[in-house]
Write a protein that binds this ligand. Structure first.
Ligand code: GTP
Ligand code: SPV
Ligand code: MN
Length: 621
């Protein structure tokens, strides 16, 4: 498959496409768009319909503009490589703002700005920002259209790369506009790369601006993003809406919007379990979501890899949907040995961003194969050989692919009623202290576990990679309100669950504990199925546990199945070692962290901290 030959004069002033049967345009959306035209001053406006033809045209436009290049169609059909500007490679937490009337409502973990002041500032920033460009109007749905849990939005953007990305990550176009026309409420999201073009000015391959803003007004449910075309900064349906704004909707409406993968696990017994797991960015969600279990007879199917919306169904059970429709996954480390399902998903129809290109026009990144090709073009577009002394792919390089292409996608992944959740898992990247798996004593203790997760920073956002920080519920960059109130919401949610059918169990995992030589103690990936086996043994009551001060651990004699693993006794001991002194030191750190929430910290979490300390002191004797 190759691109059709097409003249490129449309790159500067594309004419609006005429859809065969355009969806009715809701008056309130039209009105908003017309106000934005006044502010942003685009050369043209194009309402996105979500058709395959439209996507094809946009991809051609992007190729002509040099933003993406087509990969070798014999090796990677209908797939493209984008190289971003060097300054636009990850989420920018320092430029992410939560604007609430009162600072305390954003809380100590968010960058707060006063809304009126921010609006005035943004008015200047956005004025004329789309000059010389087309403004795309992009209706989208989060969740299966028509689901009681589905929520809608409209993003305007001047980046065709962002439009095609939204097209993969959400249900986009006329299908999403229909419920909005029928009266469904929608969240407005404004996005500009912030690079207006003067008349006749030649565009760059990756337009963006050194000044960036990712701004949220949770009280009026609006999103404004400027200066970046990268991932979570620009695909506003994802982190900005489905987590930051949705977490506020969820607080107000009594549900949960979480940074969680969703899987269906079927043991040889045949009874299926659904699990939700929250790990911070680049800490293993996509890999767990697509796990190929190493245990014979076990099956893991994918429902979601990044975001889950959870609620209590009319049957009283905890239910969840994946509001997204695609995967924006970390490329490095994704290989045939670690994640064959992802590799299969990426056979074609995929956009890769900031990976390396092979000489025959395919992609490569660290970890795709054990041995690097002898020559590559790196993510910056420079010559690369294995002795270059730098990675060929950016550590936060990504693939964007439709969920439909995932061979392990579960039959019920887009069930409008969601799936019933049997257990919740929290995790992080911890070289020391935290055992491979531990079970919470009850829901409230589980909330304490989630609230105190710490993880080493990754390349998914700016900052020092490897630095340990608290990342409660893996939501530090994504909670749209005061994290103390968020903890209280989780506790309250548990109280409501207790009144209903069954409260899910809560576990904590850590795939990343290291031995004295600095290497990972646990093989991870498909072998994590052994941890799932233990959890399910706990759920169905078939496996015992041994109490520890931090929660229930697998017993030595009837614990994690390590048959066939190349794991010595010493490593196994270290994987489960709980050092009370080290945890007491951590408790002091947690106390400080909790103190930052002042009177917004629920008393129950203070109580949990004191209970933990009492158990730890008793263990020291
Ligand atoms: P976001 O998309 O940023 O939210 O990331 P994610 O949580 O989906 O992380 P992902 O699964 O993409 O994994 C990030 C990195 O961790 C990749 O380089 C993986 O290869 C690596 N990783 C994932 N699971 C494991 C594991 O079990 N063990 C080890 N050692 N590494 C893992
Ligand atoms: C993350 O950083 O958690 C991601 C990637 O999933 S992004 O969409 O850029 O936020
Ligand atoms: Mn994520």
């Amino acid at each position: 498959m190759t691109l059709l030959d097409r003249t490129t004069d449309s790159t500067t002033t594309p004419a609006p496409l005429s859809a065969a049967a355009p969806a009715p345009r809701p008056a309130d959306v039209e009105h908003w768009v017309s106000d934005l035209v006044d502010l942003l001053q685009p050369d043209a406006v194009q309402w996105v319909d979500g058709s395959t033809r439209e996507r094809h045209d946009l991809l051609q436009l992007l190729v002509a503009a040099g933003t993406i290049e087509q990969l070798n169609p014999d090796l990677r059909p209908y797939s493209f490589l984008a190289r971003s500007a060097e300054s636009d490679v990850a989420r920018l937490e320092s430029r992410t703002f939560i604007c609430t009337e009162h600072e305390a409502d954003a809380g100590p973990t968010n960058n707060w700005r006063e809304p009126t002041a921010m609006r005035a500032e943004l008015d200047t920033v956005f004025r004329g920002a789309m000059k010389g460009r087309t403004m795309y109007v992009v209706p989208f749905a989060m969740g299966p259209i028509g689901s009681p849990m589905a929520r809608y939005g409209v993003q305007v953007t001047d980046s065709p790369y962002v439009v095609v990305s939204i097209g993969t990550m959400t249900r986009m176009g006329d299908a999403a506009l229909a419920p909005i026309s029928a009266g469904a409420s929608w969240v407005p999201a404004v996005h500009s790369v912030g690079a207006p073009l003067a008349h006749g000015e030649h565009d760059v391959a990756w337009p963006c601006n050194d000044t960036k803003y990712i701004v949220h007004y949770p009280e009026t449910r609006e999103i404004w993003s400027f200066g970046s075309a990268y991932g979570g900064n620009a695909i506003l349906a994802k982190k900005a809406y489905a987590l930051r704004i949705a977490s506020v909707m969820a607080r107000d409406e009594g549900w949960l919007a979480e940074h969680m993968l969703l899987i269906k696990v079927t043991p040889p017994s045949g009874r299926a379990y659904h699990l939700a797991a929250a790990f911070p960015s680049a800490c293993g969600k996509t890999n767990m979501a697509m796990m190929t279990p190493s245990l014979p007879g076990w099956k893991v199917e994918t429902i979601g890899d990044d975001i889950a919306w959870l609620w209590i169904g009319s049957d009283g059970r905890l239910r969840a949907i994946n509001p997204e429709a695609g995967f924006f996954g970390v490329a490095p480390g994704t290989g045939v040995r670690t994640n064959p399902t992802a590799i299969d998903s990426l056979w074609g129809n995929t956009i890769f961003t900031n990976v390396a290109r092979t000489d025959d026009g395919d992609v490569w990144w660290e970890g795709l194969t054990d041995q690097a090709p002898a020559h590559l073009t790196d993510w910056r577009g420079e010559e690369w050989t294995p002795d270059a002394g730098r990675p060929a792919a950016h550590p936060n390089s990504r693939f964007t692919v439709s969920a439909r292409q995932c061979p392990s996608i579960a039959g019920d992944w887009d069930d409008p009623e969601g799936v019933v959740i049997d257990a919740i898992i929290f995790g992080g990247r911890r070289a020391s202290n935290v055992p491979l798996v531990v079970e919470a004593r009850d829901w409230d203790h589980g909330v304490f576990m989630g609230a105190t997760i710490a993880s080493e920073q990754t390349a998914a956002a700016e900052g020092t990679v490897g630095e340990l920080r608290r990342d409660p519920f893996a939501m530090l960059p994504f909670a749209g309100y005061n994290m103390g109130d968020y903890f209280a919401h989780w506790l309250d949610f548990g109280r409501r669950l207790r009144r209903s059918a069954r409260v899910p169990r809560v576990f904590q995992v850590n795939w990343f504990r290291k031995g004295a030589d600095g290497s990972f103690l646990w093989p991870g990936f498909g072998e994590n199925a052994r941890v799932l086996e233990w959890m399910i043994g706990r759920l169905d009551g078939s496996l015992p546990a041994s109490e520890s001060p931090i929660g229930a651990l697998p017993t030595r004699s009837n614990g994690i199945n390590v048959d066939g693993l190349d794991l010595d006794e010493e490593a196994l001991d270290e994987l489960f070692r709980v050092d009370p002194a080290a945890f007491l030191a951590e408790a002091d750190d947690v106390e400080q962290f909790f103190a930052s929430f002042d009177d917004r910290l629920p008393g129950e979490l203070d109580r949990q901290l004191e209970l933990l300390r009492t158990r730890l002191r008793a263990a020291i004797g």
